[in-house]
Design a protein around this ligand. Structure first.
Ligand code: PGA
Length: 252
């Protein structure tokens, strides 16, 4: 009932030429994977070229961040309309690396989210606890805070256009994956928050991706969980072979 999403977050990797080459190679793989949506998130500089290369295919292109204003004196930032013009349909918001490197708060996540929705982009909003929170038994508290702050003031209809990525920070780029059961527990908790704040229909339809050291070797186990509706993949999305294997999780 919920169409899974396999999204590759390229972070600060790949030149324009590399991005175009990758998209050309992943297009036929995405075409055959009729059971899921495929998204790639190149750095800003490669967005337009990647979107051009993906045109008419099943590969959607996402930005990794967005500013909340339509335009203005914001050095280094990129507006929602600019992403649309470049050919993006999706945008990642609130990734833990943005939260850590750039001090992004839930208030900023909320502003970006509203701007992205207003522009017609599909936001992929990241939430997740750091190791100290998990060890202190505070995972749910953190998720609840990120959820209520990040999604404040949205209508159920706004919310129905959002994809959430649950990414335990301790599992990102560390090779330490949450077990499928751990991920599913947190994701069930997030879905319950969605049910309370927005309603049963919206909660049931919400896609929640798992992110954090997703690899060809662990994708099948993760996707076997009813609660996990796809993956946000960092490192393993940089190589055509490993990203293809993840897209082909049904055959893993
Ligand atoms: P990783 O990154 O797959 O390299 O752990 C995931 C992410 O940061 O989205």
């Amino acid at each position: 009932m919920r169409t899974p999403v396999i999204a590759g977050n390229w972070k600060m990797y790949k030149t324009i030429a590399e991005a175009v080459d990758f998209v050309a190679k992943i297009k036929p793989v995405a075409e055959k994977a009729t059971y899921c949506q495929v998204v790639v998130a190149p750095p800003f500089t490669a967005l337009a070229a990647a979107a051009q290369a993906a045109k008419g295919s099943k590969v959607a292109v996402s930005a990794q961040d967005v500013h909340w204003d339509k335009e203005g004196a914001h050095t280094g930032d990129v507006a929602p309309g600019m992403l649309l013009e470049a050919g993006c349909t999706h945008v990642i918001i609130g990734h833990s690396e943005r939260r850590a490197d750039h001090g992004e708060t839930d208030v900023l996540v909320n502003r970006k989210l509203k701007a992205a929705l207003a522009a017609g982009l599909t936001p992929i909003v990241c939430v997740g606890e750091i190791l100290a929170d998990r060890e202190a038994g505070k995972t749910e508290e953190v998720l609840e805070r990120q959820f209520s702050g990040g999604f404040a003031g949205l209508t159920p209809s706004d919310f129905s256009r959002i994809i959430i990525a649950y990414e335990p920070v301790w599992a990102i780029g560390t090779g330490r994956t949450a077990t499928p059961e751990m991920a599913a527990d947190s994701q069930r908790f997030i879905r319950d928050l969605a049910r309370r704040q927005f309603g049963g229909y919206e909660a049931d339809a919400l896609r929640i991706l798992y992110g954090g050291s997703v690899k060809p070797e662990n994708i099948a186990g993760l996707m076997a969980q009813e609660e996990i509706d796809g993956a946000l993949v960092g490192g393993a999305s940089l190589k055509v072979d490993s990203f293809s294997a993840i897209i082909n999780y049904l055959r893993a």
